[in-house]
Design a binder for this molecule. Structure first.
Ligand code: TPP
Ligand code: SF4
Length: 323
C-alpha cells in the first residue's frame, strides 16, 4: 500500500465514516474508539456489527451513523458473516476492508466459536472487540470479560456474594493461539499507539484482531467526563496491558514504569465500590502476576512488593510474551 503510514493522532484523516446523531450515552468509550477506527479504516470498507450497544445506538432502520455499508444479522456470528462478506467481494473482484465490530459478550462468549473458525482459517477480515466488560445493552449482565469483583446485575452484591468471582478471560491469548496475522490491545487514552495499531491492521491481509478497552458510563458507574482518564488508569495500574502480536511474536508497545495501585483505578468506578480489602488484594495480585508475565522480573514494582516470595507469582522472570 503506497499511502503514508500513520504514526500519531494528527495523522488521522478528518473524514468521518461514523458520525454524530447516534444515541450513545455521553462519555461512551465505545463510540470514541469506533469513530477513530473508522477514520483510519476509511470508506472502502464494509462493517458488520452484531447485537450489541453499538448496533442499538447507531442503527435504527433505515438510518445509521455508519457512512459505509453496514450489516447486521445475529449476535453470535461476527466471524462467520465477515467471512461471507469478504468471500462475496472476492467473487465480485472487489477489494474492500471487511470489519466486524463486536462487544465482549459477542466475542468472549457467544461469538467465540465463529471467531475461532475465522481466525483458524486465516480469513482476510479485521475483527474489532469493543470491550466494555459486560453485556451492556441488555442490562449490564456479566460476561467472560467482566473483571473480578465487579458488580453486574448477574453478579450482585449482598451478604453472600460480592460481585464477580472469576477473573477476566484472557482473550488475546486465545486469539494468538490461532497463530493469526496480527493481534493487538488498544486504549482510547494512548492515542498514538492506537493509531499505529489500527493503521497496521488495515494494511495487513489475513485475520487481524484489535481488542479495545472501552469504558461504559452506566455499566461501570462512572462520570461521563472521566472516560479517558479511566482508560488511562487501566493501563497505568496494569488492569489493561498494551501489546501486539505480529510475525509469531508478541511485544509490549507500552510499559508503565511504575505501576499505580489498582485502587487508583477502582475508586473512580461504582461497580467496584463495595469491594472488601481482601478482594482488592486478590485483584492486585492478578495484576502483578500478569505484569511479570508480560514484562519480566527486571521490572519489579512497589505495588507488588507485598506478594514477593509467594510461589505462584512470576517474580523469577519467564515472560511468556517475549518482551
Ligand atoms: C442468541 C442471542 N442471545 C441473546 C441475545 C440478546 N442479546 C442481544 S445483545 C446482548 C448483549 C451484548 O453484549 P456485548 O456483546 O457485550 O455488547 P454490549 O451490549 O456490551 O455492547 C444480548 C444478550 C441475542 N440477540 N441473541
Ligand atoms: S451503555 Fe455503555 S457502551 Fe452502551 S452506549 Fe452507553 S456508555 Fe456506551
Amino acid at each position: 500500500m503506497s499511502e503514508k503510514e500513520l504514526a500519531i493522532i494528527r495523522d488521522i484523516p478528518n473524514n468521518d465514516w461514523f458520525v454524530s446523531g447516534h444515541g450513545a450515552c455521553p462519555g461512551c468509550g465505545m463510540t470514541i474508539a469506533v469513530k477513530n477506527i473508522m477514520r483510519i479504516i476509511g470508506n472502502n470498507s464494509t462493517v458488520y456489527v452484531p447485537a450489541s450497544c453499538l448496533i442499538v445506538v447507531s442503527a435504527v432502520y433505515p438510518t445509521s451513523s455508519f457512512r459505509t455499508p453496514l450489516f447486521f444479522t445475529a449476535f453470535e456470528n461476527t466471524g462467520a458473516v465477515t467471512t461471507g462478506i469478504k468471500a462475496a467481494y472476492r467473487r465480485l473482484g472487489k477489494d474492500a476492508t471487511v470489519v466486524g465490530i463486536a462487544g465482549d459478550g459477542g466475542t468472549f462468549d457467544i461469538g467465540l466459536q465463529a471467531l475461532s473458525g475465522a481466525a483458524e482459517r486465516g480469513e482476510d477480515v479485521l475483527y474489532v472487540c469493543v470491550d466494555n466488560e459486560a453485556y451492556m445493552n441488555t442490562g449490564i449482565q456479566r460476561s467472560g470479560s467482566t473483571p473480578f469483583g465487579a458488580w453486574t446485575t448477574t453478579t450482585p452484591v449482598g451478604k453472600k456474594t460480592k460481585g464477580k468471582r472469576q477473573m477476566k478471560k484472557d482473550m488475546m491469548d486465545l486469539v494468538i493461539g490461532h497463530n493469526v496475522e496480527y493481534a493487538a490491545t488498544l486504549s482510547i487514552a494512548h492515542y498514538n499507539d492506537f493509531v499505529k495499531k489500527v493503521d497496521k491492521a488495515k494494511r495487513k491481509s489475513g485475520f487481524r484482531f484489535l481488542h479495545v478497552l472501552t469504558p461504559c458510563v452506566p455499566g461501570w458507574k462512572t462520570e461521563s467526563a472521566k472516560t479517558v482518564e479511566i482508560a488511562k488508569l487501566a493501563v497505568e495500574t496494569g488492569m489493561w496491558t498494551l501489546f501486539e502480536y505480529e510475525d509469531g511474536e508478541a511485544r509490549a508497545t507500552y510499559r508503565p514504569k511504575q505501576l499505580l495501585p489498582v485502587t487508583d483505578y477502582l475508586q473512580l468506578q461504582g461497580r467496584f465500590r463495595h469491594m472488601p480489602s481482601e478482594d482488592i488484594k486478590v485483584l492486585q495480585r492478578w495484576v502483578c502476576n500478569k505484569y511479570y508475565w508480560h514484562f519480566g522480573h527486571e521490572a519489579e514494582q512497589p505495588a507488588c512488593a507485598m506478594f514477593k516470595g509467594e510461589p505462584e507469582m512470576h517474580f523469577d522472570g519467564d515472560p511468556l510474551h517475549g518482551v
